[in-house]
Each structure stands twice: as structure tokens, then as C-alpha cells.
Ligand binder design. Structure first.
Ligand code: SAH
Length: 262
């Protein structure tokens, strides 16, 4: 059996219980050494074979996995964050299927969730943004038409931009070209959940200079939007005037206040 496991954003205790238990049982672990916290490898058995995929090609990864899985070994492919976000696990899955091998995906905490936690922010504030756009600048991997930064900026929704820390001048220009005002709040979250995490609040117009000042050139997410501002509507779900399947409406509860200790 082959397990694609989300390692989480960095902090060792942010892997799932299921992910950790599989690491403990694995006979072969192939981990993404560029971003996965190597401390997670302490969970591996002493005789577990450990390989760093940062130094390998897709073909080499498959060549290591297939014979191990065919001889009944438990194989773990450890991806950073959640495998479904820029994880490149689909191409591995399709090749493994062509060898008739069975696999399972174990989700992980994506770095965009860890970034929100670091910011203590909610991406989906009522009347501010009800959508989160996860995207990236075009690099060596092309971005399809109508999915460019400027196309998305036009929506004024919350944006989380991956894989773009080395192109922040261009990112900033594209965000503004797409419709964000220069003073729209933004934040750079470097190494969310790692001990050396940094949170830099800025505006769309100062993303590049803020990163330069803080020496941030990789392992960062850029978040953009008024979810970083101070105005929003309260939720209907917890509003006493609003009824739903689990609760009757009771406007008198609008006056309910906690007992505050002096
Ligand atoms: N699957 C991963 C993303 C892999 S792409 C996930 O779900 O998070 C790699 C990019 O993710 C990096 O270039 C960076 O933009 C972002 N990233 C990964 N871990 C990060 C972290 N702890 N803090 C900030 N950004 C991170």
C-alpha cells in the first residue's frame, strides 16, 4: 500500500494522527525535503528506508516506490502541507495505477490554513469576502489564460498566493493592474508554524519592499484582501435573530452579556 500523506505546514505537531501513525509503520518514506520538516522523520522505524524527493525526478520516485509496494512494504510519500495544493501527487498516482498498485491520500494542514492561523484572521468574513482564491504567479509552470493574477484581482476576494516570493515586484504590479488599490491590506507569512515564522503586514503597494526589508525570498505566502481589515458583518449563524435547524430565533438574546469579573 502507498500512502500520500500531507505533512502539514511545518510544525511537527501539525501532522494528522493518521499521518503520524503511518509514518511509524512505514518501510519506505519518500519526503519532500525542500519543505517537509525533517523532524517528522523521527517517527520512522529504525530500519525504515528514507529518501529525499528534492533530489529525485518523478521517474526515480516511482522506481523506488513500485518494487517496495509490490513486495508488500508500506510506502509513505510525504508531501508538504496538503498534497492537493501544488503537490504534484496526481502524476505519481497515475503512474502507480498503471502498475496496478493501490494507494490512499491522507490530507494535511495546508500552509494557507497555517498562514490564517498566524495572522489570527478569517479568510471568509461576511460582506468582505466569501471566497478564497488560491493561486500563484506564472513561473516555469505556465498559468492558463483567464487564470492570471490580474484576472482574479478583479474580484476583490481574499487571495492567497503560493510559490511567488521571488517575483513580488511583478506580483504587486499585476494585483494593481487587476483592480486592487495600492492601499489594500496584504500580509506576507514566512514559514507559517515553523519556529522562525514571520508575519509581515503591509499593503498591496508595499509587498515587494516589505519582503526585501525582511529578507524573505522563499517559503512564504502572500495574502491579500480586506479580510485583513477591521470591518465586516457578524455571522447570521450565531445571530439570535436568525433561526436554523439547531436553534430557534430569540432576539432577546441580543442583550446577553458575559458576567465580567472586576
Ligand atoms: N502542498 C503545500 C504547498 C506546496 S507549494 C501546502 O498545502 O501548503 C510550496 C509553496 O507553498 C511555497 O513556495 C510557499 O509559497 C508555500 N508554503 C509551504 N509551506 C509554507 C509555510 N509553512 N509558510 C508559508 N508558505 C509555505
Amino acid at each position: 500500500m502507498i500512502y500520500f500523506i500531507g505533512a502539514g505546514p511545518g510544525a511537527v505537531d501539525l501532522i494528522t494522527v493518521k499521518g503520524k501513525e503511518l509514518l511509524e509503520k512505514a518501510d519506505l518514506i519518500i519526503y519532500a525535503g525542500s519543505l517537509v520538516n525533517p523532524e517528522l522523520l523521527k517517527y520512522a522505524k529504525p530500519d525504515c528506508v528514507i529518501m529525499d524527493s528534492a533530489k529525485m525526478t518523478l521517474e526515480e520516485v516511482i522506481a523506488a516506490m513500485v518494487p517496495a509496494a509490490q513486495s508488500g512494504k508500506l510506502v509513505v510519500r510525504l508531501h508538504t502541507g496538503d498534497p492537493s495544493i501544488y503537490g504534484a501527487h496526481r502524476e505519481q498516482i497515475d503512474l502507480l495505477r498503471s502498475y496496478g498498485l493501490d494507494y490512499e491520500v491522507v490530507p494535511g494542514v495546508s500552509s494557507f490554513c497555517a498562514a490564517a492561523a498566524a495572522l489570527k484572521a478569517e479568510y471568509t468574513l461576511p460582506n468582505v469576502s466569501q471566497s478564497v482564491i488560491i493561486t500563484r504567479m506564472e513561473g516555469r509552470t505556465p498559468v492558463p489564460n483567464r487564470q492570471k493574477i490580474a484576472d482574479y484581482a478583479a474580484h476583490n476576494a481574499t487571495m492567497v498566493i503560493f510559490l511567488s516570493s521571488s517575483m513580488l515586484d511583478k506580483l504587486q504590479k499585476e494585483l494593481i493592474a487587476g483592480g486592487y488599490k495600492e492601499d489594500t491590506p496584504a500580509a506576507i507569512v514566512y514559514k507559517a508554524s515553523w519556529p522562525d515564522e514571520k508575519v509581515c503586514r503591509c499593503t498591496v503597494g508595499t509587498i515587494a519592499e516589505t519582503a526585501a526589508k525582511e529578507n524573505i525570498t522563499k517559503t512564504a505566502l502572500i495574502t491579500v484582501g480586506y479580510f485583513l481589515g477591521s470591518e465586516y458583518d457578524r455571522s447570521e449563524l450565531y445571530n439570535p435573530t436568525f433561526a436554523h435547524g439547531y436553534r430557534e430565533a430569540d432576539p432577546s438574546k441580543l442583550n446577553l452579556k458575559p458576567e465580567v469579573k472586576a
